[in-house]
Design a protein around this ligand. Structure first.
Ligand code: ZN
Length: 235
């Protein structure tokens, strides 16, 4: 997904995990749950996660500005960096299909908390900090390999896609689910489909508009058009 904030795309052709199959275990649910050593290494990896210190780029700030200006905006994202909220988007208007690295969740009781607090526990010497509520195994609140996307979040994404008037697909190849499916839903419901991506996508032919430029420059310019006029959506 978008790499505009300088965060490596871990599933892409140059993705982190393809270069290091051993590292893939750190984000695979079965290995994580079954092996304390994997969890210890996962926590060390999280301490170095650049997504946690990244700052929102111009594109994300432009989305938040549009919302602040009174346009009904919803963000559906596969990014896990939490940068839309950091840019100022209200959390309830952001659907994070793959979760967020800025939170942790308990695999037993479902309790959630800030990643920052858990990383402080790791820095203080807890190699695999357990849930404070129930002692269960904590993990990053992201969808690991071997886990399903949250059906409730996915359902809400489809509902928003059906209801929107403008659907802007940003920085996605539209070749994998669920992004591809949502673009199809948009087309079926007559919303205006705008694609902003550096490479061609299978939906370019049916899109109302295709912008093939860097997201950081293209999106702010595009969104200025929608200020106070038409509702926009971004995937
Ligand atoms: Zn718990």
């Amino acid at each position: 997904m978008p790499c505009d904030s300088g965060i490596p795309d871990y599933r892409g052709p140059n993705g982190l995990w393809r270069k290091d199959p051993e590292a893939e275990k750190l984000v695979t649910y079965a290995y994580y749950m079954g092996d304390p050593e994997i969890r210890r290494r996962s926590w060390q990896m999280r301490r170095k996660n650049r997504a946690l210190t990244a700052e929102p780029n111009a594109a994300r700030r432009a989305v938040a500005d549009l919302e602040r200006g009174g346009v009904p905006v919803r963000v559906i994202t596969q990014n896990v960096d939490g940068l839309h909220e950091l840019a100022g988007m209200p959390a309830r208007k952001v659907l994070e299909l793959h979760g967020s690295v800025r939170s942790v969740m308990c695999t037993r009781c479902g309790a959630r908390g800030p990643m920052k607090d858990s990383l402080e526990r790791v820095a203080a010497g807890e190699e695999d900090p357990p849930c404070r509520e129930c002692g269960g195994i904590l993990k990053s609140a992201t969808v690991m390999f071997g886990e399903r996307l949250d059906p409730a979040v996915l359902g809400e994404a489809v509902a928003i896609t059906k209801a929107c008037q403008v659907f802007i697909a940003v920085g996605t190849s539209l070749q994998v689910q669920p992004a591809a499916g949502l673009a199809g839903v948009t087309a079926d419901h007559g919303a205006r489909l705008i694609i902003v991506n550096a490479e061609p996508t299978p939906y370019d032919d049916i899109a109302d508009e295709v912008v093939r430029e860097t997201i950081g420059t293209a999106l702010p310019e595009l969104l200025r058009r929608f200020g106070k006029r038409a509702p926009g959506r971004q995937a």
